[in-house]
Design a protein around this ligand. Structure first.
Ligand SMILES: [Zn+2]
Ligand SMILES: [Zn+2]
Length: 349
């Protein structure tokens, strides 16, 4: 079968499209004929050598949806022909996070496309715990991104920020996850949404997702611009998806008194809390947001199925599997203002 594999290179890792043997579903596993795979910033970081990849060579990709093709021994919850979406990692099932269903916090999680073969292939094998039924009403390309860019944003907006109707929200960093955070904030009753990004293209997409006011993150006084745009004394909730010291500090400076800052951007930088007289005096809540729970994923599947959550603008580029390197390059260079790009082993829709 065709697959996109990541190899150790002399300087940076190398991406190769090759013919590899088909994987076989073991006990408790299913083999899925991939119909669509999402291309994420994580794939890009891995292919540029910015993220350590434990197993090389490895078939890339952790976002995918497809059709069950074979089932291994003992599999009763899925049958051949079922439409499924795949979760990005295999969790241990034993730790306290797994017991609470919080997939994002499992320390033993093995991400597809890095720790085990992933979705940039005609076929992928996954344990049944890594699959959910995909309703007929949801196209495969949306199924491929629900378990990453969409559910992650839902966890931040609904559960961590606990958004209430009538609140003012700012989203800093409007890429794939930020875009969906805006769409979900709109759906969950935000009164005013301010989108903040340094890319004009990302801001245009943010507007399509439902942002009311756009703020260029490079503005002289972005803090003032966000507060003015939100009205009152600033946004009640600021969600950060840029993963930088400067943007987390901007979020804390811009949020209203008594507001919440949710940091979903991951990186190695160390933001400063600032003077306590301001941090404590404004009673700012700052918290991280990582992944999502199984119930939250089921909820976003429902929202997509019943049409409340419109994902029609989410896939901004479609490529045959063979052009995975091109897709990664286009994502890196933000060609076509990408929200999410998708790869297709079969015909590109
Ligand atoms: Zn991802
Ligand atoms: Zn676990």
């Amino acid at each position: 079968m065709k697959a996109v594999r990541l190899y150790e290179g002399a300087e940076a890792p190398e991406v190769k499209v090759e013919d590899v043997p088909e994987p076989v579903a073991g006990s408790g596993e299913i083999r899925v004929a991939v119909q669509a795979a999402g291309v994420c910033g994580t794939d890009l970081h891995a292919s540029h050598g910015r993220l350590p990849v434990p197993v090389l060579p490895v078939i890339m990709g952790h976002e995918g949806a497809g059709i069950v093709e074979t089932v291994g021994d003992g599999v009763t919850d899925f049958a051949v022909g079922d439409r499924v979406l795949l979760l990005p990692s295999e969790t241990c099932g034993k730790c306290s996070a797994c017991e609470r269903g919080h997939l994002g916090l499992c320390p033993g999680a093995q991400i597809f496309g890095m720790a085990r073969d992933g979705t940039f292939a005609e076929k992928v094998v996954a344990p049944t715990v890594c699959a959910l039924p995909l309703p007929d009403a949801i196209p495969f390309e949306h199924g491929a991104i629900l378990a990453d860019a969409v559910a992650t944003a839902y966890h931040a907006v609904a559960t961590r920020a606990e958004i209430k109707g009538g609140e003012r929200v700012a989203v800093i960093g409007c890429g794939g996850v930020g875009y969906h955070a805006i769409a979900l904030a709109r759906l969950l009753g935000a009164k005013q949404i301010v989108a903040v990004d340094a890319s004009e293209g990302a801001l245009r997409k943010a507007e399509e997702a439902g942002a009311d006011v756009l703020v260029d993150a490079r503005a002289d006084d972005a803090r003032k611009a966000i507060r003015r745009a939100a009205g009152g004394d600033g946004p009640d909730i600021v969600i950060e998806y840029a993963g930088k010291k400067v943007t987390v500090e901007l979020a804390m400076a811009a949020v209203a008194r008594g507001g919440r800052v949710i940091v979903g951007g991951v990186g190695m930088e160390s933001p400063q809390l600032g003077p306590l007289v301001s941090f404590v005096g404004k009673e700012i809540g700052v918290m991280g947001s990582m992944g999502y729970t199984r119930d939250e994923l089921i909820r976003v599947v429902e929202l997509a199925e019943n049409g409340s959550l419109d994902l029609s603008g989410s896939i901004t580029g479609r490529y045959p599997l063979e052009q995975a390197s091109q897709a990664l390059d286009d994502l890196a260079n933000r060609v076509g203002d990408p929200v999410r790009l998708a790869l297709f082993p079969g015909e590109v829709p």
